[in-house]
Every structure is written in structure tokens, then in C-alpha cells.
Design a protein. Structure first.
Length: 382
């Protein structure tokens, strides 16, 4: 009995220490985020196109899987003055007061396209901004661009956003910019279930791994017993996971297994069907459609050669992405409505064009815009 009592006392002391650590971490995090959000963006940062620290607070969206909140659009320097809902922000590109024609364009994609992606490409540094700044400067037309890009989206999420937007809008052109996030279909065990093909990768992870969701109504929903969900979402638990990851020696990479190859081929096939669906849906509503296979670092054999600054050091990641893109390129090249810019040498090997291993900076996005500007102009002039 005495041993049990001592054990319970020790357990209570340990729990008190953990709770105190958790409260302290959250207080410090709250103060840090408050200071950062209150700090104005400097004119130099804006002029130089430098990344701007941004915290996303994405939530479960019943129609499209996951989305930003309106409060994020209101606060972000890219969208605070634009008309927006939870799914997209609308910006007008026009170089002259008078215009001879008007086009409405819907843009779909992941974090590289996301209008709130200031942490990657700074103020008005997405490829969408660079593209339509260039198109409008060379053409006396008015372009109304509805940017529905959202971080963490796959082609399935883009398909849902396209259908949702077409219910209440007409567009002259719909553009989807994707490729890299299709690897989620090979990585996420919940997406390997074919019944979940249209589900959000982020929502499935939240429900399965963390057991907690936040909705558009700002209410918290639990998919697991509350105590387990609270522990798995605690800062202390996440810090311990990071420490464990750093202390664990990675296994040497010996090549992709046959199972991994099959799952990556499965992911590529889902992408090909989804862009077919998006093209068919667009045509059914008399909207032109263009899929753009996005570039990413590490594709090709010349990445990270001697003397280069390497942002990607994981051979497993590089092997998976190269295998995925081999299939994506095949699918894209047999479709007239698909444009493959994933082989551009600069955008697959030059780390100076990227903020991190996946996201182009403003210079990288400008390069992307230059590659696709003529194609967009030709489509809209027909």
C-alpha cells in the first residue's frame, strides 16, 4: 500500500512538472507570436521581395477539406485589401485605366500558389503575381484573378475547389499548378485507401495522427479520446518527438522498394485522373483549362554537384521525387492541356531560387512566370 501511495505521489509530481513545462512553453510561444505579428513589415523587406514571417492557422472546411480562415486573409499583407472568402482571394491586374477586354481566371494549387504564402515569396512574390503583372503590362486588358491556391493541397483538393467555385462563378480560364504534393498519396496511409482519394491530406493527418480538428466555426473537434488528443498535440510531446528524431540515426538509403515504387505510380495515376476530371469539368462549363506540372529542387541527376549549396540532403526524398516526376511527365506530355515546366535546369538545381527545399522564393516564381506567360497569353487571345 505504501509503495502504491509513493508511486501515485511521484506520478502526480511528474504530471505537475510536465503541465508546468507545457504552460511555460505556450506562454513563451504566445508572447513570441504576439511580438512577431505586431512588428510591421519593413519597406526594405517588401522591396527586396524577402520572405515575411507568416503563421498559417488552417482549419477543417466541410466543402473542400481544409482552408484558411477569413481572419488570415484580413491580416496578410498580400490579401488584406482584396475581396476574399475562406477559399480564395480576388485581385485585379490592369496596367491602364481603359481596357478593351476583360478576363476572369481561377488559379488552383498548393503552398507555392497560396496567396498567403508570404513566408516563402514575400510581398506579391507568388508566380501568380509575377505572371499577371507581366501579362497585364504587355496587354491592354483587365484580368480578374481568383486565387484559390492553398497550402497542403493535392490535385484532389483542387478538383473540389474548382467545382465549388464553378457553382457560383464563370471563368475564362482555370489554371492548376501542381505536382509535388501528389507524393502525399504515396506517403499518407489514409490516402492509400481509395475511398479517401478526394480527402484532404491535412485533415486525415489531423484526425488520424493527432485526433483533433479545428473547424471554420473555431470549435475544436476530437476524433480520439480527449486525454490522448491533448497529449499528442502538446508542445512538450512535439518537442520530445523532435529530440527523438535528431537522436535517431537514419537508416542508410538502399534504394526504393518495389512497394514504394508501386505506391508512387499509384499517386501519379491519381494525378492524371484528377487533371482529366478538372479539364472535363471546366469544358462542361465552357472554361478553358491548363494544368502546369510544377518544377521542384532535386529533379535530375545534376542536382547538388560539387560546389553548390544543397538544400536537400535526403537521398530517399530525392529518389521518391525523381521517380514520381518520371510518371507525372509521361502523363503530362500526352495531354494537350498540360504544360510541363518541371525540367527547367535552374528551377530543379539552383537553390538560390528557393526559400527552402520545396518553395520557390520571389526570384524563382518570377522565373516560373516567364516560362508560362506566352502560353497563358495565347490561350486568352484565342
Amino acid at each position: 500500500m505504501k509503495i502504491v501511495k509513493t508511486g501515485l505521489i511521484n506520478l502526480a509530481v511528474f504530471a505537475t512538472i510536465i503541465v508546468s513545462i507545457e504552460i511555460s512553453i505556450n506562454i513563451l510561444r504566445y508572447i513570441k507570436n504576439g511580438i512577431q505579428s505586431a512588428s510591421p513589415v519593413s519597406s526594405k523587406t517588401i522591396q527586396m521581395g524577402e520572405p515575411i514571417r507568416t503563421r498559417w492557422k488552417q482549419v477543417f472546411h466541410p466543402g473542400v477539406g481544409h482552408s484558411h480562415q477569413k481572419s488570415e486573409f484580413n491580416k496578410n499583407i498580400n490579401t488584406s485589401k482584396l475581396v476574399h472568402d475562406n477559399i480564395s482571394a480576388t485581385e485585379v491586374f490592369q496596367s491602364k485605366k481603359s481596357f478593351d477586354s476583360e478576363f476572369k481566371i481561377l488559379v488552383l494549387g498548393g503552398s507555392t500558389t497560396d496567396p498567403l504564402g508570404t513566408q516563402f515569396s514575400g510581398y506579391r512574390g507568388t508566380w501568380v503575381h509575377h505572371l499577371f503583372d507581366g501579362v497585364s503590362q504587355s496587354n491592354p486588358s483587365r484580368y480578374i484573378v481568383d486565387n484559390a491556391g492553398n497550402g497542403g493541397s493535392t490535385s484532389s483538393n483542387e478538383l473540389l475547389r474548382l467545382i465549388t467555385k464553378l457553382h457560383s462563378n464563370h471563368y475564362d480560364l482555370a489554371i492548376s499548378f501542381n505536382g509535388i504534393n501528389e507524393i502525399y498519396f504515396a506517403n499518407n496511409p489514409y490516402l492509400m485507401n481509395k475511398e479517401n482519394i478526394l480527402a484532404s491530406h491535412m485533415v486525415l493527418l489531423a484526425m488520424g495522427d493527432f485526433g483533433i480538428l479545428k473547424g471554420l466555426d473555431n470549435k475544436i473537434y476530437f476524433s480520439r479520446p480527449i486525454p490522448i488528443s491533448i497529449v499528442k498535440n502538446s508542445r512538450t510531446y512535439l518537442h520530445l518527438l523532435n529530440i527523438k528524431k535528431k537522436l535517431t540515426r537514419p537508416k542508410p538509403f538502399t534504394g526504393l522498394s518495389e512497394k514504394e515504387k508501386d505506391m508512387i505510380a499509384y499517386a501519379a495515376n491519381i494525378w492524371s485522373r484528377n487533371i482529366d476530371f478538372m479539364n472535363s469539368v471546366s469544358l462542361a462549363r465552357n472554361v478553358q483549362y491548363l494544368a502546369i506540372l510544377q518544377p521542384t529542387l532535386g529533379i535530375g541527376s545534376d542536382y547538388c554537384s560539387i560546389g553548390k549549396d544543397c538544400k536537400i540532403l535526403d537521398p530517399d526524398y530525392m529518389a521518391r521525387m525523381n521517380y514520381l516526376y518520371a510518371f507525372l511527365r509521361e502523363h503530362c506530355n500526352i495531354r494537350e492541356y498540360c504544360m510541363d515546366i518541371s525540367s527547367d535546369k535552374d528551377l530543379t538545381s539552383n537553390g538560390l531560387l528557393y526559400t527552402d527545399d520545396r518553395h520557390p522564393n520571389s526570384k524563382g516564381n518570377k522565373k516560373i512566370a516567364e516560362l508560362i506567360q506566352n502560353r497563358i497569353s495565347q490561350i486568352l487571345s484565342n
